[in-house]
Design a binder for this molecule. Sequence first.
Ligand SMILES: NC(=O)c1ccc[n+]([C@@H]2O[C@H](COP(=O)([O-])OP(=O)(O)OC[C@H]3O[C@@H](n4cnc5c(N)ncnc54)[C@H](O)[C@@H]3O)[C@@H](O)[C@H]2O)c1
Length: 376
Amino acid sequence: MGETREIGVGVLGYGGVARVHVHAILRVGYSMQPPLRPVLVALCGRTASDVEAAAHRYGAPAFYTRWQDLVRDPRVEILINAAPNDLHADPCIEALRLGRHVLCEKPLARNAAEARTMASAAGTAGVVHQVSFNYRHVPAVLLARRLICEGRLGRIYHFRARYCDDSLMNAALPRTWRQERVRAGSGAAGDLASHILDLARFLVGEIAAVSAASRIFVPRRPGGAGDEEVDVEDAVVATLEFEGGAIGTLEASTFCPGRKNLLWFEISGSGGTVIFDLERLNELQVYTTGDADLGGFRTVLVTEPTHPYGAVWWPSGHILGWEHSFVHQLDGFLRAVAGEDPARVGATFDDGYRCAVLTDALLDSASAGRRVVPEA
Ligand SMILES: NC(=O)c1ccc[n+]([C@@H]2O[C@H](COP(=O)([O-])OP(=O)(O)OC[C@H]3O[C@@H](n4cnc5c(N)ncnc54)[C@H](O)[C@@H]3O)[C@@H](O)[C@H]2O)c1
């Protein structure tokens, strides 16, 4: 058997979600056996001493404090951009210009106009480009998709989803980049609802119209200059109208006491219903009209060898975690780089752009108080 070629990966960011991308780089070869072996060649962050310590901890031979140096390092063949939202466009576009493959964190950009520029640069570059909508790669989500694609839920009538946590309940928490429109683009809409919008498109199809309401519950937070304004929404709710005829609801909020990372959806069709809850991510609740004699839902433990990714990890019932979604995502990305064409699961920059269009539509609808048909 020939040697698997190594491919250099540079990661922009080293704390936050960057850590789980590094974990994926270190783990993907262990179970997934992708055709390319990713090697972490450099990290980039703001504070030299911290990023140096992280590089040492993760085994990266180089570290930088300027993203330009990271993307121009010739060892970097793949850029994983895990920086705040205002640092998605410029580093990604420069990396694409240099022919790097790019995996960018969600939301792709702060708004649809910025996302369009990035999708266009990606199209021109002719490289692999994906957005880290990692929940597409959760086995139970893929099982739900399979049931829908096989027609086992029949004609889809309803999509209902919530992404809720209690991370901003404490009004004394300092303002971060996430509460600044100029840096984040939006609040709960881009941060949380974007995951829902991507799953809605992935599972049910395109969204033709939205009607939304949003709130800022805590309008000022402590910052460097004393009390600083929060100009992005803490919560957004919306109704969704799908092109295929289904209707749906969405709720995203950081003001839900007791909720830690609730990403929940329920999809109902003429043939049945599926329910997913991220905090129970190895399970899918399934009810099909053929089961009517059972009178209720079945809880399917999605860890059998026949389930998505079931054959590559542990024995039946030996459950997976949140981090596996990033390992699966990186595996799909590497296969795309190697020219394999598996059933495409990963979200592309075009998907990221569509999601940004829908996020803008939520915000436009909430501020205008009317139904919005997103641009085609
Ligand atoms: N897919 C997911 O489930 C998921 C989860 C969390 C965050 N995210 C996304 O990931 C991105 C980062 O979020 P986070 O929570 O990790 O943020 P964070 O603030 O915790 O981390 C940001 C990282 O970027 C680095 N950074 C910031 N400014 C920089 C600069 N000027 N130069 C170089 N490096 C810089 C920081 O050092 C840090 O490592 C966001 O776009 C967010 O939406 C996605």
